[in-house]
Design a protein around this ligand. Structure first.
Ligand code: MN
Ligand code: MG
Length: 656
């Protein structure tokens, strides 16, 4: 009866969460003599998310945390006869708890990193390294791994190269063969040897060059797999699972592929794949059109594969039905599902689907509290106030700091590439600038201490950094697109409304590194969605780099984000085809790193853009009433209060 009741509530639970049918029929029930069901569970891209907590927002959330994923793990362990739990990398960096350990507490020999403490509490069979494991250097990583109570494997990070991958001296064990016991359908136990081999994108050499150059090199993922898998078979592995910290991408094998899971799946001898790095879910319709991929059944080249989202959002589950033949196990069938920890409702609210496992919280309670203290206290100083009250009408410190940090980061990433030496510009837009968010919806960090939680205020979205290569003509058109923010103004008239209410502030890119003026007497070249409006119009005037006019054929690198670079906002020169660098780091992480490394930041706006003067002309615009405190400090514009605006906004006048 009890079991029946549990099963019924599970059915209802699963029906309500949309989980697959496979979960309703544990394989073990159908396994016969000589057959056994093995359930492989995957977490991936945890990024130090242990507690269900958003440290930037300083509030609990239901969408993240290994403590939550662990509830699914406990469920599966209770229901499956044979199971293994594997983490697929990117556990060490990516939230303020990780930064707290790296930047504040440090790792001394013997220290226990909280994410390792959490993983030890859950009990993993193995893990691999993701690209972010290298963000804090090899010494930090080594000390971290020393306390892991599970093996960690990675085959393509090499200390000394041999004549082929199997002759390399790798940074850590390339693979491991775990001896386990399987209980078959009749309750008899048999030995099984499970081979696990790990892979990381070879691009870590670029992304973490400062930590890695001279210490390690990387090998191509597929090349490395082809070399090792036969050796693992020979060493007695019954089945081989690839721990691919790499996305599901092109089916074409090219040297050094970052997202190599599809060609990897084609390697003979690999039975199943754990994938990751892309922070997506597999199986899912996201991958419906990918070659060699069955996005419904969770197969790549016919082999079961999963990707368990990110930050603990999902548990990936691969069910293998194994059959023992001549003393060896082989995979006869499989099923793949993912189990989410929360669901988003139609009104965008979130419902938790599981509760936290207390043991995981207990293992990290002290570090969680230390992290709360860390995000709430000063980690740096700003010499100027960081506010966005005038971000749409003048060069502004809250946008400037984003551009400074992006440029600092991309300059490092371009070193040693074919793009080194090209001028680097940076594009950034004010995210919190009133509008539908209301009169209090502005960034407002006073001069003085900066806390980590303030950074969320400076950079609202979890975008990642990208660089595009553009021409001088494209730089100008990029700015023409931005200038659609403004209404056309008739010279010689007063108090004309400046801002086009249909134009979102996140599409008002300011480009740092060039100087320019916006001539409001001209019509906008583009409509608010980026379509052509007045193709011959020119609002951008006096566009210059280093004091010299920008010509159409000049070449520039622009630091921006993934949204813009891939066509978000339909900006000229940013349709995806011009991308030359895709960073693994979020813009927010780059800003945190910049502030921590600089100590005191000088975000003072440099007034690199302004409106072109128009005689005897003024415009009015609305902003938050607190703007009054800063009105005298705006550079490159003469602004005065002009009374109350609508809905709690304040009105200001700008003399052109
Ligand atoms: Mn990741
Ligand atoms: Mg990654």
């Amino acid at each position: 009866m009890t079991h029946y009741g549990t099963e019924m509530s599970r059915r209802l639970f699963l029906a309500s969460t949309g989980a697959t049918l496979a979960a309703l029929h544990p394989f073990s029930a159908r396994a016969q003599a000589g057959q056994a069901h093995l359930r492989i569970m995957e977490t991936t891209d945890l990024h130090v998310h242990v507690w269900p907590y958003d440290y930037y927002g300083d509030r609990p959330v239901d969408t993240v945390g290994l403590a939550r994923t662990a509830a699914h793990i406990a469920d599966i362990r209770a229901e499956a006869t044979n199971s293994m739990l594997i983490d697929n990398g990117d556990f060490l960096q990516g939230n303020p708890m990780g930064d707290y350990i790296a930047y504040e507490r440090g790792m001394k020999a013997g220290d226990l990193h909280p994410v390792i403490a959490a993983m030890n509490a859950v009990g993993f069979d193995a893990s691999t390294l993701g690209n972010h494991e290298f963000n804090y250097g090899l010494d930090f990583l080594e000390k971290t791994l020393a306390r892991a109570e599970f093996p960690v494997v990675s085959a393509n990070v090499v200390k000394e190269r041999g004549s082929d991958p199997t002759k390399d001296t790798t940074l850590i064990k390339p693979y491991i063969i775990l001896d386990r016991e399987l209980t078959d359908g009749t309750g008899q136990t048999h030995p099984i040897r499970v081979g696990l081999i790990g892979f990381v994108p070879p691009q870590i050499m670029l992304w973490d060059r400062r930590h890695l150059e001279g210490n390690v090199t990387t090998r191509d993922i597929v090349e490395t797999a082809r070399a090792y898998v036969p050796e693992m078979r020979e060493a007695g592995a019954d089945i081989i699972i690839a721990l691919s910290h790499s996305g599901i991408g092109s089916a074409d094998e090219t040297e050094g592929l970052e997202n190599a899971s599809v060609p990897l799946a084609a390697v003979d001898g690999i039975d199943a794949l754990l994938t990751g790095h892309s922070h997506l879910v597999f199986p899912s319709p996201t991958y419906a059109d990918y070659a060699a991929v069955d996005a419904e059944k969770g197969l790549i080249h016919g082999k079961p594969a999963t990707m368990g989202g990110f930050w603990g959002s999902h548990l990936g589950v691969i069910d293998l039905m194994l059959e023992r033949e001549g003393g060896e196990w082989r995979v006869v069938t499989s099923a793949v599902e993912t189990r989410p920890i929360s669901k988003r409702n139609e009104d965008r609210s979130v419902t938790a689907l599981v509760e936290s496992e207390q043991s995981v919280l207990d293992a990290t309670q002290a570090d969680h509290e230390a992290t709360l203290d860390y995000v709430r206290r000063a980690v740096g100083k700003t010499a100027a106030p960081l506010h966005s009250y005038f971000a749409l009408v003048a060069d502004d410190p809250s946008v400037q700091i984003v551009s400074i940090a992006q440029k600092w980061y991309i300059a490092e990433m371009m070193k040693g590439t074919e793009y080194e030496g090209l001028p680097i510009l940076s594009a950034a837009a004010p995210f919190k600038a009133g509008g539908r968010g209301g009169p209090d919806y502005y960034t407002d960090v006073p001069a003085g201490d900066v806390a980590i939680k303030n950074v969320a205020d400076l950079y609202l979205y979890p975008n990642t950094v990208r660089a595009v290569k553009v021409t001088g003509a494209q730089v100008k058109d990029w700015l023409e697109r931005s200038a659609g923010m403004f209404n056309q103004v008739t010279p010689g008239t007063q108090d004309q409304p400046l801002l086009n209410g249909e134009f979102p502030s996140y599409n008002f890119d300011v480009i740092d590194g060039v100087t320019y003026q916006i001539d409001l007497s001209q019509p906008s070249k583009y409509d608010p969605k980026g379509g052509p409006l007045n193709p011959d119009a020119n609002r951008i005037v006096n566009l210059a780099y280093n004091g010299q006019p920008v010509t159409d054929d000049m070449e520039f690198v622009i630091a921006t984000n993934n949204y813009r670079a891939s066509g978000g906002g339909a900006f000229p020169g940013a349709d995806g085809s011009t991308t030359i660098f895709e960073a693994p780091d979020t813009n927010r992480d780059v800003i945190v790193r910049y502030i921590v490394e600089q100590g005191t930041i000088e975000p003072a706006a440099d007034a690199n853009w302004s409106f072109a003067p128009l005689a005897d002309t003024s415009v009015v615009f609305e902003t938050g009433p607190k703007a009054a405190d800063y009105v005298d400090q705006v550079k490159g514009a003469v602004i005065e209060p002009a009374g109350d605006g609508a809905d709690g906004f304040a009105l200001f006048r700008l003399k052109l």
